[in-house]
Design a binder for this molecule. Structure first.
Ligand code: ADP
Length: 404
């Protein structure tokens, strides 16, 4: 079965084409700057030369058509016909309380995703454009949706409720949802396999640290708590997001700086975090380099980032009354040996012993970076959200075929 995985943003669309028999990637790529003057299509077919094309792509339907054209192109293509695509799986950021699992797209599911626009105004409308664009180009191909929030629907009220008037939850569903769920679920399963123990017996903290960052307490094989909340702004310090701050800063800053709500929102989402403290940028590579050449602001940004992450790990060890392993994943988690080392060196009270050489070794394999005697294991596990989306889509199609 061939599955196309799509992650549609408001002006971008990433894709990966899988052969599910051996879970191999046949091609991947992205379309950027949709709706702008010159859109860019980048395409990487397996075993063939990469292609980069600049053209006018005004909306998502055209973007999907261009992708399909590329996939069946006589020179660059990997398929003989677009009809070979059996199903399409979409990443959807917000599934609210309605979706604790992936689902096949039908009218009801689409209506529900639309009802959730309020909770994810930047993301869900873009995903809907992606779904509609596939419908327009491939009307008979089944589609599935895989939600970033689904894994965290197992959180109990004690961790998902905010201590604010209950009526806000009842009327507006203001509660903590959590994100990056596909990644947290994937790396926790991989961690259990790596450790050779059943997931339901493990207490894990999974740290998905990329541009956006969140950590999750995984207990009994489920998400028990996670650092992102109603939106991805809560929790850890991130590349450009503040993470946790005193909510009273919002009205105070609006008054002092004469800012509108949307300006403060943009400040906290786009102009805070590593970027704000370092004054350099949001990329951990740049911060780390600058810090090592003596830049004090970069050093402060790094230390704050590390401190807030370590506090979250410590809090979750307390929340679960124990900790078997910490998992690092995503851009920073997989690549920044210095961040991992700083976190681990300061968790020695847990009996955690870092293997410095293993931590410094670069690679894209799954690996432990603690000594064999370490009481808490620390693992680096590359995430693969696209593969999870492809697998869920595949499983839903097989289940549907079984029923019919
Ligand atoms: P996204 O959240 O957009 O999916 P990624 O998971 O790809 O992001 O992470 C991107 C971030 O990973 C970059 O901003 C960069 O800071 C970080 N990163 C990538 N490579 C390295 C590296 N070698 N060292 C430190 N940080 C890195």
């Amino acid at each position: 079965m061939i599955v196309l995985v799509i992650n549609a943003g408001s002006s971008s669309l990433k894709f990966q084409l899988y052969e599910m028999e051996d879970e191999s990637v046949l091609a991947k790529g992205k379309v950027e700057r949709i709706g702008m003057e010159s859109a860019i299509l980048t395409y990487e077919p397996e075993g063939k030369q990469d292609v980069r094309e600049v053209s006018e792509i005004l909306e998502h339907t055209t973007a999907i058509r261009k992708v399909l054209d590329m996939l069946v192109h006589p020179v660059h293509g990997v398929l003989e016909s677009a009809q070979q695509i059996d199903a399409v799986g979409h990443r959807v950021v917000h599934g609210g309380e309605s979706f604790s699992n992936s689902a096949l797209v039908n009218e009801e599911v689409k209506q529900e995703i639309k009802r959730l626009f309020d909770l994810a105004p930047l993301h869900n409308p873009a995903h809907m454009l992606g779904i509609q664009a596939v419908e327009a180009n491939m009307p008979n191909v089944p589609q599935a949706v895989v939600f970033d929030t689904a894994f965290h629907q197992t959180m109990p009220p004690v961790t998902y409720l905010y201590p604010i008037p209950m009526v806000l939850y009842k009327k507006h569903k203001i509660r903590r949802y959590g994100f990056h769920g596909t990644s947290h679920a994937y790396v926790s399963e991989r961690a259990a396999a790596f450790l050779g123990r059943p997931l339901r017996e493990l207490k894990l903290v999974t740290c998905h640290i990329g541009n956006g960052a969140s950590c999750t307490a995984v207990m009994d094989g489920r998400s028990y708590d996670t650092s992102m909340g109603m939106t991805p702004l809560e929790g850890l310090m991130m590349g450009t997001r503040s993470g946790d701050i005193d909510p009273a800063i919002v009205p105070f800053t609006m008054g002092k700086e004469d800012l509108t709500l949307s300006e403060v929102n943009s400040m906290l989402n786009k102009h805070s975090g590593l970027l704000a403290i370092s004054g350099i940028g949001s990329d951990m590579r740049e911060i780390d380099e600058a810090r090592q050449t003596g830049d004090r602001n970069a050093a402060l940004a790094f230390d704050m980032y590390e401190y807030r992450l370590r506090k979250c790990i410590g809090a979750y060890a307390a929340a679960m009354n124990g900790l078997d392993a910490i998992v690092f994943t995503a851009g920073v988690g997989e690549n920044s040996a210095s961040l991992r080392a700083a976190v681990c060196r300061n968790l020695s009270f847990l009996g955690l012993e870092l293997d410095e050489a293993a931590n410094d070794r670069r690679g894209s394999d799954e690996r432990a970076i603690t000594t064999p005697g370490s009481r808490v294991q620390v693992l680096v596990i590359p995430t693969n959200e696209e593969l999870v989306i492809a697998r869920d889509t595949y499983r839903l199609i097989l289940d549907r075929n079984d029923v019919n």
